[in-house]
Design a protein around this ligand. Structure first.
Ligand code: BGC
Length: 281
């Protein structure tokens, strides 16, 4: 399965928990050895839950009864293709290729099947005031990335977001960074926007595939493309006027090390970035 290798084989953030943004929707308990759909499990009987916030929204699908989607393909402008390959349709609904989550329905996700996101990972070296790169105890340079705090769950995360219907992933990466980390630059920063556009034209793909997102259900799940944009001498990002906006309530440079706690699968992506740049972890 493409991209999956950097993530743990079995997801855990989308199992055995109270569903996010609900106070009482419990998932049917799914032990690690029962996630795989190929394992017959006749007692499996999860609740069906779709959050009221997604009903009737222009960015969301209709309910399961009046759903006329084209699965595993581009459906009009909506991308219903999974990076994992062809997913199964069971009882007219897509089946999460990463296995059982303990909940049916769509939860608070807009789409049945894959919901596509994009994650821009902007990095630089940590430097002293004099500009020297700071090393850790193991004598390796410390990498930092632009982190935002999500407004919904308050967890720190990469400033990523959903790919709009018909939008290119590269456009989403830039748009989300502008919205969440730069609060959409003001007119007076037109130059910074040009610099950023050039900087975002050279990224390295870190991951492409499904992610362990707490919103996933048996029928709806998150997939993402995570791309690293590295500023080797720190000159590009130094000019950017960071300010949280949209779904983010805080923004800052965060040191990368194995103790960081981040939303969904973001820590796995960052570990990969650290390996790429031979930085300290
Ligand atoms: C977030 C992305 C994240 C994706 C999957 C999106 O809502 O904005 O940063 O990777 O969900 O968890």
């Amino acid at each position: 399965m493409e991209g999956k290798k950097i993530l743990q084989e079995v997801f855990f953030k989308c199992r055995n928990s109270i569903y996010p943004r609900s106070s009482n929707i419990s998932r049917f308990p799914v032990p690690d050895d029962k996630t795989d759909w190929r394992i017959h499990w006749k007692e499996y009987n999860p609740a069906v839950y779709t959050d009221s916030s997604v009903f009737g929204k222009p960015w969301a699908d209709g309910d399961s009864d009046d759903l006329k989607a084209q699965w595993n393909t581009l459906d009009g402008k909506v991308n219903r293709v999974s990076y994992t390959g062809v997913y199964n349709i069971v009882d007219n609904l897509p089946q999460n290729p990463m296995g059982r989550t303990g909940l049916r329905g769509r939860g608070c996700l807009g789409r049945w099947g894959p919901n596509h996101a994009a994650d821009p990972i902007v990095t630089r070296w940590k430097r002293s005031e004099l500009g020297t790169v700071i090393k850790s105890k193991v004598d390796l340079p410390i990498l930092q990335f632009v982190a935002i705090q999500r407004r919904d769950c308050k967890e720190w995360a990469i400033p990523g977001g959903m790919v709009d219907p018909g939008e290119n992933v590269s456009a989403t990466l830039l748009r989300e960074f502008l919205e969440e980390a730069l609060n959409n630059l003001q007119q007076s920063h037109a130059e910074a926007e040009e610099t950023l556009k050039r900087f975002f034209s050279k990224g390295i793909e870190i991951y492409k595939g499904p992610v362990d997102d707490p919103r996933n259900t048996d029928h709806s799940w998150m997939e993402t493309v995570a791309v690293n944009f590295h500023d080797e001498d720190g000159s590009v990002v130094a000019k950017l006027p960071f300010q949280a906006g949209d779904d983010a309530c805080n923004v800052r440079w965060m040191d990368l090390n194995s103790d960081i706690q981040l939303y969904a699968s973001h820590k796995d992506f960052l570990q990969q970035v650290v390996t790429l740049h031979k930085a300290s972890w």
